[in-house]
Write a protein that binds this ligand. Structure first.
Ligand code: COA
Length: 430
């Protein structure tokens, strides 16, 4: 059915086209609004603004649905495909055949090592520099070593650039951790798969290889898959915003890391652990936390709960909850934080405040507990999120570059500052 919207402004009637997505979602096309009426729209936080058409990820937040290129994320759980396979699906649009996956994996393996002189960059950071600061700086720095990727003119060079950045983000991440611990860098091992290689670079010593437990590799692979894209979230929109000026892929992805650093986005899983630890230290009971979260004047929020899009259980959290149980059981870990998390979840799910506001556990609620069990330090949590989200950033960047309707992103504003006034020379100012 063709839809049409009518807008009346001061008696003037304007017909606005309505766009329809493949899943029936509707959007009023206001591209001509300012030209025809002189008005703009006002939408702080962009909660009602569609900034692009995208064929990558579909989310229905009311129903708790998340699909990559049409495939529900539940289909990536048990048995999990390799993260690189899901990355290829997200970036190139189709499940890769064997030959393509082999080629893409080979690009990743061949480019895992950083240029030797890049390693010295890490020494310029203080030892306690946050890994996210190092990650964004170093992702941007990769482009300096590969100016051939500044302009990605054809599919082959894009494939090479995408494979390189997916591979090297993991090396940079591991090296930023090693630097923070004063440990020697461990070279990537081409015999290992994506996640096993990352764990090797994180935890091996020059004199002793880290033994990669299949369950741990599997859990990490699943965490990366479940973070791989989430349509137009804050970091992805940042990548698109920067990419819209035709900044290169590496610079655009580095900006995504900066956006992800904030506690309301990629820093939330860290905040969950801090909250659970503070409860465990006995400062608060789960019941007190719930009461505090409901009290607006406290400024406290239940970390790992609520989502801008999901007004139902976050489907990623459902999968990770099961994974969390498996990993802790396998490792024989009795984590009191998990008991507290379960209690909080139980209390919140039956509390009218959380029910009315449709606040459910989000992906960060369980990912932090799993990563803690694997031995990933909390300062690295947003880094792990960045590794997982990179395929999405790359795919969205590419989709934007290829979009015939692309324009530099340039929102407008409602000016609320001083009306016209005049410059007063310093000596005449009172
Ligand atoms: N604890 C308590 N109350 C919460 C809450 C939480 N975690 N999240 C949202 N709310 C309340 C808000 O106070 C607000 O109440 P009001 O309508 O009475 O003013 C209402 O729910 C809507 O919240 P709002 O902040 O407008 O939603 P948003 O879409 O802008 O924010 C988040 C979404 C994720 C930023 C927010 O839910 C949050 O801060 N969650 C905790 C951090 C987190 O887990 N982030 C990870 C996201 S993956």
């Amino acid at each position: 059915m063709a839809h049409q919207a009518t807008l009346t402004i001061d008696g003037k009637v304007l017909e606005l086209p309505v766009l329809e997505g493949t899943e029936g979602e509707l959007a009023i096309d206001i591209a001509q609004l300012r030209a025809k009426t002189g008005l703009i729209t006002y939408d702080p936080g962009y909660g009602n603004t569609g900034a692009c058409r995208s064929a990558i990820t579909f989310i229905d937040g009311e129903k708790g649905i998340l699909r990559y290129r049409g495939i529900p994320i539940e289909e990536f759980d048990r048995p999990h495909p390799d993260f690189l396979e899901v990355a290829a699906l997200i970036i190139f649009g189709e499940l890769p055949d064997k030959a393509f996956l082999k080629r893409f994996s080979a690009i990743s393996t061949a480019n895992a090592n950083l240029d030797e002189s890049m390693k010295h960059h890490f020494e310029g950071f203080p030892e306690n520099a946050p890994p996210m600061a190092q990650l964004s700086a170093m992702l941007n720095a990769i482009s300096c070593f590969h100016p051939e990727f500044f302009t990605l003119t054809n599919g082959v060079s894009f494939e090479q650039a995408a494979g390189r950045v997916i591979s090297q983000i993991r090396t940079v991440a591991a090296y930023s951790y090693r630097r923070s611990k004063g440990l020697p860098f461990i070279y990537p091992n081409p015999a290992l798969r994506y996640c096993a290689n990352f764990l090797h670079m994180m935890f091996s010593m020059p004199y002793q290889d880290y033994l990669v437990e299949p369950e741990i590799e599997d859990a990490l692979n699943l965490i990366f898959i479940l973070h791989a894209d989430h349509e137009q979230n804050c970091s992805t929109s940042t990548v698109r915003m920067v990419g819209s000026s035709q900044a290169n892929l590496f610079a655009s992805c580095a900006s995504g890391v900066c956006a992800l650093w904030g506690p309301l986005h990629g820093g939330a899983n860290l905040a969950v652990i801090e909250m659970l630890e503070s409860i465990q230290r006995g400062n608060q009971k789960p019941e007190d936390c719930i009461a505090l979260a409901k009290d607006k004047s406290s400024g406290f929020r239940l970390m790992g709960f609520g989502h801008r899009i999901y007004k139902n259980y976050d489907p990623r959290a459902k999968i990770l909850k099961k994974c969390c149980d498996r990993v802790l059981k396998k490792l024989g870990i009795q984590d009191p934080l998990l008991d507290i998390a379960r209690r909080l979840e139980e209390l919140a799910l039956k509390d009218p405040y959380f029910i009315e506001k449709k606040l459910y556990p989000n992906v960060d609620f369980y990912s932090g507990i799993i990563m803690r069990a694997i031995g990933i330090p909390t300062s690295m949590f947003p880094v792990m999120f960045s590794i997982g989200r990179l395929p999405g950033w790359i795919a969205q960047w590419k989709e934007q570059q290829d979009d015939p309707a692309k324009r530099i992103a340039r929102p407008r504003q409602i000016y609320v500052g001083a009306p016209l006034r005049h410059y007063v020379p310093l000596e005449k100012r009172k």
